[in-house]
Design a protein around this ligand. Structure first.
Ligand code: HEC
Length: 123
């Protein structure tokens, strides 16, 4: 078992304890989070970024609300450059900015971390 896989399994165990996917708001992206399963960038992660992040972090955003230039989540090419940092900030509840009022569903936090642990690939 690789270290990454061991971490994914530990994370899955932790998240199932903490109720991954059972939190009330907001509506999570489709697909339950099972960190032992392959996470799909196209099917799960891009929709997650679109739901929570591209309102500010987008090349098409008129007002970026202070989101740093070049930190975008519109495409795999952009998102992959900030993948690990993105998950770190999401797990810590510091993105989206708390003042923005949107919280990321636990199942979506789980998906994002699993995708990073699996190599943040375009799949
Ligand atoms: C309301 C606007 C807004 C939304 C929505 C938002 N961000 Fe941000 N983001 C910011 C601002 C402003 C900063 C700069 C301040 C900071 O670092 O806290 C930032 C910084 C970041 C950084 C650090 C970039 C760097 O190089 O320092 C990352 C990574 C990030 N955001 C990821 C995300 C992700 C992932 C999401 C969605 C889950 C998200 N953000 C949603 C406004 C936003």
């Amino acid at each position: 078992m690789t270290i990454t896989r061991a971490l994914a399994v530990a994370l899955a165990a932790f998240l199932s304890q903490s109720g991954c996917g059972t939190k009330h708001n907001p509506v999570p992206v489709p697909g339950a989070c099972d960190a032992s399963q392959n996470v799909s960038y196209d099917g799960q992660i891009q929709p997650l970024f679109d739901r929570y992040c591209t309102g500010c972090h987008s090349t098409a955003s008129v007002s970026r609300n202070g989101a740093p230039a070049g930190v975008d989540f519109d495409t795999y090419t952009d998102a992959s450059q900030s993948a690990a940092e993105a998950s770190t900030r999401v797990q810590a509840d510091t993105m989206p900015p708390p003042s923005f009022g949107a919280t990321v569903a636990d199942s979506d936090k789980c998906l994002l971390q699993a995708w990073v642990d699996q190599g943040a690939s375009q799949n």
